[in-house]
Design a protein around this ligand. Structure first.
Ligand SMILES: NC(=O)c1ccc[n+]([C@@H]2O[C@H](COP(=O)([O-])OP(=O)(O)OC[C@H]3O[C@@H](n4cnc5c(N)ncnc54)[C@H](O)[C@@H]3O)[C@@H](O)[C@H]2O)c1
Ligand SMILES: [Zn+2]
Length: 396
C-alpha cells in the first residue's frame, strides 16, 4: 500500500515570431515582398506546396485578383508550388455561422493534398481570416497560414493577432484557437474596394486601442476623423500602420498572448459590442458595435472620474465625425422590464472565465480595469450617451 509515484514535469518553451509587413499591390508580378517573405518562412521546404483561399466578397470586388494570384505564384515557381486555382469561399460574418465554411476549407486543403509543411494563403476580411485560420489550425493539427487581410479591421487588428474562431448558436467566437500566423502581409491596395461602411467600421478598433494605449494617436484620430469617411488613402495608411503596431506591441509585450489570465486589456468597449452585435442578428458590423461600445464606456469612464466629461464628449464627437455610429436602439431593448444589453456583462464575465475585468481609459492613453459594473451604472451611462447623441443631432 506504500506505493509512491513520480511526478513528471513537462516544461518547454515555444518561441513565436512572425513578420507583419505593409505594402501595396502584393500580387503585382514585379513586387517581390510576398515571395521574399514566404521564402524566408518556408526556407526548408521550397517551393512550398500552397493552397490559396480567397474571400468571395473580395473576389467579386476585384475580379482579376484570382488570376493575378495564380500568375504571381507561377512567376515565382521557386517559392510557390500553388495547388490549383485560388479557392473562393464565402466571406463576411455568415462564413462564421457554425463550422460549415470552415469544413469546406478543410476539405479543400485535403483535396489540394497539402501537409504540415505546406502553406495556406488566406486572402480576405476578418471573418474569412477567422474561418480559414480555424480550418488551418485544425487540419493535420495545424498548417501554417500566411495572411493577407483585405479589410481595414483585419489589417489593423484581427489579422495581425493570434486568434481565429467561428460563432455557434449566435454566440460570437465560441469555437476557435490561438494560432499565430506564419506571416502577415498588409496590402493597403486591397482596401480600395472595401465598402464605405466597412472602411469606416474598421477604424473603431483604432479609437479603441488609442484611447487606452496611446494618447498621441488618440489626439491624431480626433484631428483626422473627418478625413476617414472621405476615404483619404494617406490617412488610412497611417491609421492602419499605427493601429496594427499597437496591437502587435500588445501581443508581444503584454505577457499573455494566449489570454490565460482573465483580463482582456484590449477589449475596451467590447462587452457591450459583442452583445449589440448578436442582439442585432449581426446586422451591426463588429466595428460599428465597437464604436457604440466605446461611446458607452467613455460615458462610464467619465462617471467613474477616470476621464474628464469633456474628454468623453470630445471622443464621442470624433467617432461621429469619423462616420461611426455612437448609438444603437438595441441599447434600449428590454425583456421583462430589464435592458437586454445588461446580459452582455454576464456573458463577458463567462467569456473571461469568471472574474470580470472591464477596461477603461484612465486617463486617455492609459487604461484601468474594474471588476464590477452594476445595472444602475449601465443605465446611467446609457442615459448620458443618449444626451450626447442628441447633442450631435443624430436624432432627426
Ligand atoms: N481574431 C481576432 O482576433 C478578431 C479581432 C477582431 C475582430 N475579429 C472578427 O473579424 C470579423 C470582422 O471582420 P471585417 O471587419 O474584416 O469584416 P468581414 O470579414 O465581415 O468583411 C466584410 C465584407 O467585406 C468583404 N470584403 C473583404 N475584403 C474586401 C475588399 N478588399 N473589397 C471588397 N469587399 C471585401 C467580405 O466578403 C465581407 O462581405 C468579425 O467576425 C470579428 O469578430 C476577429
Ligand atoms: Zn474588436
Amino acid at each position: 500500500m506504500n506505493e509512491s509515484f513520480p511526478r513528471l514535469t513537462n516544461r518547454f518553451r515555444i518561441p513565436y515570431a512572425y513578420e507583419v509587413c505593409f505594402g501595396r499591390d502584393a500580387f503585382a508580378t514585379g513586387n517581390p515582398l510576398l515571395a521574399d517573405e514566404v521564402a524566408q518562412v518556408f526556407a526548408n521546404n521550397l517551393p512550398v506546396p500552397t493552397v490559396a483561399f480567397l474571400d468571395d466578397g473580395l473576389a467579386v470586388a476585384q475580379p482579376g485578383l484570382a488570376a493575378r494570384i495564380s500568375a504571381y505564384a507561377a512567376a515565382r515557381a521557386g517559392v510557390f508550388a500553388l495547388r490549383g486555382a485560388p479557392v473562393v469561399l464565402p466571406g463576411g460574418e455568415a462564413a462564421k455561422d457554425g463550422m460549415g465554411v470552415c469544413l469546406h476549407a478543410v476539405e479543400a486543403m485535403r483535396q489540394a493534398g497539402i501537409c504540415r509543411q505546406s502553406c495556406v494563403l488566406a486572402i480576405g476580411g476578418g471573418a474569412f481570416q477567422d474561418t480559414v485560420g480555424l480550418a488551418a489550425a485544425l487540419f493535420h493539427r495545424g498548417v501554417r497560414v500566411v495572411r493577407l487581410p483585405s479589410t481595414v479591421l483585419s489589417q489593423n487588428d484581427s489579422g495581425v493577432g493570434v486568434k481565429n474562431g467561428v460563432n455557434l448558436d449566435g454566440v460570437k467566437n465560441l469555437l476557435g484557437t490561438f494560432a499565430p500566423p506564419a506571416l502577415v502581409v498588409n496590402d493597403l491596395g486591397l482596401l480600395a474596394t472595401v465598402s464605405d461602411r466597412d472602411w469606416v467600421a474598421g477604424t473603431a478598433e483604432a479609437f479603441k486601442v488609442a484611447l487606452i494605449r496611446d494618447a498621441d494617436f488618440a489626439a491624431w484620430l480626433a484631428a483626422h476623423a473627418a478625413a476617414i469617411p472621405r476615404r483619404e488613402d494617406a490617412t488610412m495608411a497611417e491609421l492602419v500602420v499605427r493601429c496594427a503596431a499597437l496591437h502587435v506591441q500588445h501581443i508581444a509585450g503584454g505577457n499573455d498572448p494566449f489570454e490565460h489570465g482573465s483580463a482582456r486589456p484590449l477589449d475596451f468597449g467590447h462587452w457591450a459590442a459583442h452583445k449589440l452585435e448578436s442582439l442585432s442578428g449581426f446586422a451591426l458590423r463588429h466595428g460599428e458595435a465597437v464604436a457604440v461600445g466605446i461611446a458607452l464606456d467613455l460615458c462610464h469612464a467619465a462617471r467613474l472620474g477616470f476621464i474628464e466629461p469633456a474628454e468623453a464628449a470630445r471622443f464621442i464627437a470624433a467617432l461621429h465625425r469619423a462616420g461611426l455610429p455612437v448609438w444603437s436602439d438595441w441599447l434600449l431593448a428590454e425583456t421583462n422590464g430589464k435592458r437586454v444589453v445588461l446580459a452582455g456583462i454576464e456573458e463577458f464575465r463567462e467569456h473571461l472565465g469568471g472574474t470580470l475585468h472591464i477596461t477603461f481609459p484612465c486617463p486617455v492613453g492609459s487604461k484601468r480595469e474594474i471588476e464590477e459594473l452594476t445595472d444602475e451604472d449601465v443605465q446611467t451611462a446609457i442615459g448620458d450617451l443618449d444626451r450626447h447623441r442628441r447633442n450631435l443631432e443624430i436624432v432627426p
